[in-house]
Design a binder for this molecule. Structure first.
Ligand SMILES: O=P(O)(O)OC[C@@]1(O)O[C@H](CO)[C@@H](O)[C@@H]1O
Ligand SMILES: [Mg+2]
Length: 351
């Protein structure tokens, strides 16, 4: 302020001719006043530049920080919805012609050209939008082709292009495109497009869950006897595992619950928990791409996620209970017969 006022002092002729200051001293300093004036202007400008620099780099201040803090991933979220829609259209179109089926880890682990093509479309679109090398990707088919499956702190897209490939091959009407996004290993948003039903589920951390833009909410049932529970049979048909899976199902049925169901896709199952159509879905032997998007949707719809032993949910562990509340989750967990399953981030030789 002081600098500013001084800089704007007008250097004028002495207004009072008989003032001793103006008569004896002013004539000597007058030539230098112009220099002082220019210097103060320069100093003022430098001060202003420095002040704005500190102001704009302080993260608690506006407006530069406003852009950064505002909603950094909203654009990515909206883009993921658009890409999921495009992918779903591709799957619907592919379902109209003959589907060539191949197998992966076993004769019941199916894959089609559509799985691969749709994953390429999704990852290609994301790279084009956000730039090559800026984000990481964990995609079901890329991992099947040898890409690493490690979740780091980097911005990471977790993709299942066709969740429910067996359904797709058979024309069973639950097939979902799953796109999730994590940063610092925390899921930020998830999109599940159940493309044969044309239902777009989406959720962003702290911003609610939606189906076709309508808010969704888990059920408020706490009485296990009034619940419907979902589980799946998985693709591991070793008799020991199948025995444990069926034994768990029997125990849950005999609680008794209203019913046991399974849509054939983990993503759709989780969305059914999120809408309140069922109370819980659990499975051992799933993958991060099956459940990452659904995990955000369930939580944002008011539900919870746990490990099958009641511990904290771990996206890469290959096991999960998703439920409307912890009463239902813990009651289910009592009945689950746990069997070993490989982590997604385990070294290849351990899988
Ligand atoms: O079709 P994909 O993506 O290979 O996997 C289908 C999938 O439904 O298989 C499991 C069934 O046990 C599910 O949990 C998983 O989502
Ligand atoms: Mg899949």
């Amino acid at each position: 302020m002081l600098l500013y006022s001084f800089a704007h002092l007008r250097v004028t002729e002495a207004p009072v001719a008989n003032n001793p200051f103006y008569r004896h001293i002013f004539p000597y300093i007058k030539p230098y006043l112009h220099v002082v004036r220019i210097m103060t202007h320069v100093l003022w400008d430098v001060a202003a530049i420095l002040q704005s620099l500190f102001y704009f780099t302080d993260s608690s201040k506006q407006p530069c920080s406003r852009n950064k803090m505002e909603d950094p991933w909203q654009k990515a979220y909206d883009f993921a919805v658009a890409v999921a829609k495009k992918a779903g259209e591709e799957i619907r179109k592919a379902g109209e012609s003959e589907i060539r089926v191949m197998t992966k880890s076993s004769t019941v682990d199916l894959v089609t050209k559509t799985d691969e093509k749709v994953e390429k479309i999704i990852i290609g679109s994301l790279k084009q939008e956000f730039g090559e090398g800026t984000h990481c990707f964990i995609g079901e088919e890329s991992v099947a082709n040898g890409e690493p499956c490690i979740l780091t702190d980097e911005p990471t897209w977790i993709i299942d292009p066709v969740d429910g490939t067996t359904n797709f091959v058979h024309g069973f009407p639950f097939v979902a495109v799953c796109i999730a996004f994590a940063i610092n290993k925390q899921l930020e948003f998830g999109v599940v497009y159940s493309c044969l039903e044309d239902k777009m589920y989406k959720a962003r951390k702290g911003k609610g869950a939606f189906c076709n833009n309508e808010p969704i909410q888990v059920s408020d049932v706490k009485d296990i006897h009034k619940s419907i529970i979902i589980s799946e049979h998985g693709i591991d048909r070793s008799p020991e595992k199948v025995t444990k899976i069926l034994s768990t199902m029997q125990r849950i049925l005999c609680i008794p619950v209203h019913g046991l169901r399974g849509s054939g896709t983990a993503a759709t199952n989780m969305c059914l928990v999120a809408t309140g159509a069922v109370e819980a879905f659990f499975e051992i032997g799933i993958h991060c791409w099956d459940i990452a998007a659904g995990a955000v949707i369930v939580q944002e719809a008011g539900g919870i996620l746990l490990d099958v032993d009641g511990g904290p949910f771990d996206l890469m562990s290959g096991r999960m209970v998703s439920a409307n509340n912890d009463v239902i989750a813990k009651r289910i967990i009592k009945e689950i017969e746990i069997f070993p399953s490989a982590r997604d981030d385990a070294p290849i030789e351990e899988k």
